[in-house]
Design a binder for this molecule. Structure first.
Ligand SMILES: [Zn+2]
Length: 114
């Protein structure tokens, strides 16, 4: 499973968990996150300067050495740490889980993004 890099949209993030940047292990067909699983602030997936950047899961420890924390989704709304200085697990609220469930419902039209 590849690791994707995310950054908070806010230039001066207040998140003490991700400190504004975090990695997430995701299947390639998963929707990008639009919120930090730690703090809920808006985020976006980072596309590297050179090209679309995907690191293999084995690099989670390398990422940790650079101060990134990698989580992977254990189940809907729950994340477990792979490596890094962040918290061991993140559990979303019931509202979060419901929102995730809603996102999984098929969309009727193609999402062109914003
Ligand atoms: Zn955060």
């Amino acid at each position: 499973m590849p690791i994707y890099e995310y950054e908070l949209n806010d230039d001066e993030p207040e998140c003490q968990i991700c400190t504004g940047r975090f990695d997430v292990l995701q299947e390639t067909n998963e929707q990008p996150l639009d919120r930090c699983p730690g703090c809920g602030l808006p985020c976006h997936r980072v596309v590297s300067r050179a090209s679309f950047k995907v690191r293999k899961g084995g690099d989670a420890q390398k990422a940790a050495d650079k101060g990134f924390t990698t989580w992977r989704r254990a189940k809907a709304g729950e994340w477990e740490k792979v490596a890094g200085p962040g918290v061991d697990a993140i559990v979303g609220s019931e509202a979060d889980k419901e929102a995730i469930a809603d996102e999984k419902k098929p969309k009727k039209k193609i999402d062109l993004g914003n």
